[in-house]
Design a protein around this ligand. Structure first.
Ligand code: VGL
Ligand code: ZN
Length: 208
């Protein structure tokens, strides 16, 4: 039985003080560092945008961060510029033990479309290598943690379940953007309703 740990977007820009800082986001780093050695395989996703990505508010005259518009007919939340390819903010959290990461999956590289899920872009047109990697590893269950609960973690978990991977969400290994109060809690409930098992990291020991 192979359990794979998937760490979603644990990058400097999503930590407090970062370009799109998530409150208490740095709290997931020690959880990740404790869990990685317990898993036979560790995959990390990395939000990886070109500097002119159309999810950035600054690319849309008259719009401010966290306002909503449309890009190519698809609703787009406008974010502060973040995770620009090669920038320090796009690097994995400085305190993250990156030596334990076996595979990195980058997403959000196409200027015209955002990619919350680590599997697909938001229009489900382009697929990353994540499914292939998980199948090659023989993944029987995917353990998911990271940032942010109500954005990239949620979309990744929903796609993982749709791809047929049983999912365990490591709840204390996630933190949310909470654009509206309660978003992260609602996201956890939605993931649970879709079939994800929810656990606390302290319940996890060594994994085959
Ligand atoms: C994310 C907003 C924009 C995330 C990425 O990783 O949750 N959120 N890009
Ligand atoms: Zn992004």
């Amino acid at each position: 039985m192979t359990d794979t740990l998937l760490m979603v977007d644990i990058q400097n820009d999503f930590l407090p003080g970062g370009a799109l800082g998530v409150a208490d986001g740095d709290a997931v780093v020690p959880v990740a560092n404790r869990l990685m050695p317990l898993f036979p395989a560790v995959v990390a996703s990395q939000d990886w945008h070109p500097a002119d990505h159309l999810s950035f508010a600054e690319q849309h005259a008259g719009f401010k961060p966290f306002e909503v518009t449309e890009v190519d007919g698809l609703e787009q939340i406008l974010w502060p510029a973040h995770c620009v390819q090669g920038s320090p903010g796009a690097s994995f959290a400085s305190a993250l033990n990156v030596a334990h990461i076996d595979y990195v999956v980058r997403k959000g590289e196409n200027r015209r479309i955002d990619s919350y899920s680590a599997f697909y872009d938001n229009d489900h047109r382009h697929e990353t290598d994540l499914s292939d990697i998980l199948r090659r590893l023989g993944t029987d269950r995917l353990y998911v943690m990271g940032l942010a609960t109500d954005v990239c973690v949620k979309f990744t978990v929903m796609d993982a379940l749709a791809e047929g991977f049983p999912v365990t969400l490591i709840v204390d290994g996630t933190r949310g953007v909470n654009m509206r109060e309660g978003d992260a809690e609602a996201a956890i409930q939605a993931m649970r309703a879709a079939g994800a098992e929810c656990v606390d990291s302290t319940a996890l020991g060594a994994h085959g």
